[in-house]
Design a protein. Structure first.
Length: 232
């Protein structure tokens, strides 16, 4: 079959790619038995090296083909797999997650949170495994900084800063999403330091942030302080 959008690859390669994902779709966690498709990461049909291919389920392949999933997300999932870490793990009662030999090489203990995607057609709020949103401590701190930045941006008004429309946390999140190609909660945990640094710089660069700084007043808690303070 060589219809448009289909990649012609041999059985051996297909098997390798299936093994790479441990038989589980790296986007939604579906078992790929009976639903295996191969996504071409760069969409160049002649580029059929393993690095450019990703085994996925039919439903996610559809979304990938329609470019409903950002490239950045495809890249980090492929990278995780190449590093031997499966980006999705479905919690299964009784499943041995601490063993070293579960599910064909999936390193389950690398994941702290729960990935739950109920059914391929019902796409409600999704928490990506290995994302910031999947890690409560990181997520709390990021949300704290987002609210902090929002407050500082709002305060800008009293310093004569120009603004368009009402400032709210959603707008702050969208600014970050534009910069990082993804909503803060959906970014891989490896992006946490970048994200935090960007947020701190933005806070420091607001009028209130600069005023505080000049007066020796801190603009935010450090991550470590924050975690302890909020813990109850
Ligand atoms: Zn899928």
């Amino acid at each position: 079959m060589n219809s448009k959008g289909r990649v012609a690859i041999g059985n051996a390669q297909r098997t390798r790619l299936l093994q790479e994902v441990g038989g589980i779709c790296p986007f939604c966690g579906l078992e790929l038995i009976g639903s295996l498709q191969i996504h071409q990461i760069d969409r160049v049909s002649s580029n059929t090296i393993d690095e450019n291919l990703l085994a996925v389920c039919a439903s996610c392949h559809e979304q990938l083909t329609r470019q409903l999933i950002p490239d950045s997300e495809v890249f980090w999932r492929k990278r995780a797999l190449q590093n031997g870490v499966h980006p999705v793990r479905r919690e299964k009662p009784g499943m041995n997650v601490s063993g070293t030999d579960n599910r064909g090489g999936i390193i389950a203990q690398e994941f702290h949170g729960k990935v739950v995607i109920e059914g391929a057609t019902n796409r409600g709020p999704i928490i990506l495994s290995g994302s910031i949103g999947d890690n409560p401590d990181l997520y709390r701190y990021v949300e704290y900084l987002i609210k902090r930045l929002t407050t500082f941006r709002q305060a800008g008004e009293s310093f004569g800063q120009k603004r368009r429309g009402k400032i709210h946390a959603g707008g702050t999140r969208n600014i970050l999403a534009n910069e990082f190609d993804n909503l803060p909660k959906d970014l891989p945990v490896e992006k946490f330091d970048d994200l935090v640094l960007t947020l701190k710089q933005k806070i420091d660069n607001t009028a209130l942030g600069r005023k505080n700084h000049a007066q020796g007043i801190r603009n935010y808690h450090a991550f470590e302080e924050h975690g302890r303070k909020k813990k109850k």
